[in-house]
Design a protein around this ligand. Sequence first.
Ligand SMILES: [Zn+2]
Ligand SMILES: [Zn+2]
Length: 493
Amino acid sequence: MGKSGCRCNANDNNGLRSRPGRIADYFSDTTAITNMCLKNPPGGDMKDFSLRMMFGNSSLLRRLLLTQIVACVCVVGVPSRSLGADDRVLEANEQLRWYRGNLHTHSHWSDGDDYLEMIANWYREHGYQFLLFTDHNVLAEGERWINVEASKGGRQAFEKLKAKFPKLVRERTTNAGKLEVRLSTFLEVAAELNDPGEFLLIQGEEISDSFDRLPLHLNVGNVVERISPMKGSSVYDTLQNNVRAVLEQRKRTGQTMMVHVNHPNFGYAVTAEDLMRLRGEKFFEVYNGHPAVGNSGDASRPGTERMWDILLTHRLTDLGLPVMYGLAVDDGHNYHDMHQQQSNPGRGWVMVLADELSTVALIQSLEAGRFYSSSGVTLRQVLATDQELTIEVEPVAGETYTIDFVGTRDGYDATSETRVDADGNELRATRKYSADIGETFKSVAGTSASYQFTGDEIYVRARVTSSAAHPNPGEKDERQRAWTQPIVRAKSS
Ligand SMILES: [Zn+2]
Ligand SMILES: [Zn+2]
């Protein structure tokens, strides 16, 4: 590396020097490296204030790897795929396509009320290209028989299964006269429903842990072996231990896997302060379609989008950690009765720009930030240059759109205070921060908008809100929205 300025070396791993070496190995992910290197560009040949989309850095990473950091030993895992085109432009073309997917799904393998094949079929018939199964602490493998009448979906779900997939159904009657059905495994369902280039099922797990009875859940995508909840000495420690377990399995098996923190406001278990310190974690759910997860917060606790701004600001400044991307997911449990009180499919999803429909391509695009999240709004283009960020909506007749550019600037007021209840007792809640964090820089009514960087932004992200109500929202009065991933300013040291 020499004079390149890239601090990427075995002894100084993005601030992990003081941590045990074994742990540092697992957290030296490519996002951390590129973020770090962007802040300290090799050769000093980049503008101090050049703004880079985090999802635009894979070409930069390739350049760095090829020309500057031959001696950089901290890169682990699978190298980023080359997409050929300018990675800062998120737009479909001859090579790249948008793939719509849901990363949070429950079935009869845990507490969902339908069978894997029926759920997969729902998504395939509703315009999705991929689906991650994430039952609680279980993989859909091995032989499992359930009592039809006692199952969550009951007789109704069973009859629908038999009508749709008669060849897959294995049933028997117990000595006590109970009707049982064998649950199809992930491999059986994937063999039946996968359609190359059009629809892809991915095996996953919702690691469902807790600390002090607070629910702490993380989804693992493309998992090889079931991961038992790791436990820990605090909320933060529990989350970190589970992230570590996923990254350890990924490293040991060589399989490309992803992990994300689920519904932080479910039981108000996870605060922005817990999330912001996590290492090796690239994602959290900024939108979850389950009606009980508190996306919007409550009177004394902020919503998940506010938490996103708080954690981004601190990760990118005093904590020296890379961005965390915001995911929209369903967390579907209920597939028969569709209304707001139920946890239904079709509420939130990700749109991933990739060169093929494969698990590796999807995860690598997600990890590079080449995606946006949606609860109804479709984007035609997200374009970042050194000067501006431009958003173009795919409009729907009769709808109007508000495009907000949100971020935090240098010199922000970093003070915060604890939250207290009516009696003055301290609440376990995200602290109260200044309005400088997550400021709305610009708000535009229309189907496209640009924001010109002034040079002092720590990051900028965009949110598009439609005039149209969500057709089946998890919360009352939801509008359809889309969230782009944050653009981070490169800084010189
Ligand atoms: Zn959960
Ligand atoms: Zn769940």
